[in-house]
Design a protein around this ligand. Structure first.
Ligand code: MRU
Length: 333
């Protein structure tokens, strides 16, 4: 029996269906987003998550929000509402800026249809960019091949297909290598407090890629023991100098990888690079609710992202190729 492969996002020009990631891996359920409020809620509560998927969902949120009224005031309100959902992933703000740029030039009568078309373009481009990231990252994995020994790749959070419209970012080279018949094994860290590692395990199982779930705190030991050949993570915002914000815990993996001479790469589409942000110090870090730690009444801090300095990053893999983290200016639009 073939298992249903649920898409992360599909639409019919009136509504958007997204896979509810708060239910995974226990159950796979599509939920229908029919209004601006539905889209904003889905992003805020992380029914959709992962920087590229948040961007695409926000673009469709604009289209949904203009259903009854596509005037300037409504457009501004819709964009402001979606922009307030999550602060760190710049793909959200990139997608909203793109929607605004395209729509504000148009006559009101054509805006609604144009919004759907632009959201579709963003979703389609995301798939293509991630497929290219897969091909561009593949040689890094292939270079580690030694006979039939599986290549051990470590990742963090979920930067796979679930975090994108298709293919993933950090997992795109993994899928490309798996398709090319290269033997692989992926170390998947739980990623407390939201456990996005379980999403990574779910989609690697779906794709038939061997993997092992570890507690976040096990990563240093595995790196020290020589049981990791390569670390690849995603990104929520890359500053112009290459400093990279990604899920909390990424920085510790980068430090441990550097200490043990293991290459550490970031994979992300160009929509994740924020050239207006000079360095990691300017990246806003989302602070999420204390309740996510499930700690009862004790004082809690819950920063959702950290920043890995460019100096710890071996390279950034994008749809344009691989660049040194301090040489992103070549990709400036
Ligand atoms: O809080 P999340 O689950 O949206 O955070 C996701 C991550 O940090 C991912 O690593 C990042 O968005 C890259 S997704 C391709």
């Amino acid at each position: 029996m073939t298992q249903t492969r649920y898409p992360t996002l599909i639409e019919d020009g009136n509504a958007v269906l997204v896979l509810d990631q708060t239910r995974l891996p226990h159950s796979a359920e599509l939920i229908r987003l029919a209004t601006l409020e539905d889209a904003a809620h889905a992003i805020r509560v992380m029914q959709v998550r992962g920087a590229p998927l948040i961007g695409a969902t926000a673009a469709y949120g604009v289209a949904l929000g203009l259903a009854e009224d596509a005037g300037d005031a409504r457009l501004a309100y819709v964009i402001e509402t979606l922009a307030a959902t999550r602060p760190t992933a710049v793909n959200l703000h990139w997608a909203l800026a793109r929607m605004r740029r395209v729509l504000q030039e148009l006559a009101l009568a054509t805006r609604r249809e144009a919004a759907w078309n632009e959201a579709r373009a963003i979703a389609t481009e995301d798939k293509a960019a991630n497929a290219a990231i897969g091909q561009n990252g593949l040689p890094l994995i292939a270079a580690k091949r030694q006979g039939d020994r599986p290549i051990n790749i470590m990742t963090h959070c979920n930067a796979g297909r679930l975090a994108t419209v298709e293919h993933g970012t950090a997992l795109a080279p993994v899928y490309a290598a798996h398709s090319a018949g290269i033997p692989l094994h992926v170390w998947v860290s739980e990623t407390r407090p939201r456990n996005q590692g379980l999403l990574t395990a779910w989609e690697l199982a779906e794709a038939g890629v061997p993997h092992t779930l570890i507690a976040d705190n096990a990563a240093g030991l595995l790196l020290m023991q020589g049981r990791v050949d390569l670390v690849i993570v995603g990104a929520d915002r890359i500053a112009a100098n290459g400093d990279t914000a990604n899920k909390i815990g990424t920085y510790l993996k980068a430090l441990a990888a550097r200490a043990h001479g293991v290459p550490f790469y970031v994979a992300a589409p160009l929509s994740t690079i924020d050239f207006a942000c000079a360095s990691g110090a300017q990246i806003p870090i989302e602070e999420r609710a204390a309740g996510e730690l499930g700690a009862g009444e004790v004082p809690v801090a819950n920063p959702a992202f950290d920043v890995t300095p460019a100096a710890l990053i071996g390279g950034i893999i994008s749809e344009r190729g691989i660049a040194a983290a301090d040489a992103l200016a070549q990709w400036r639009p």
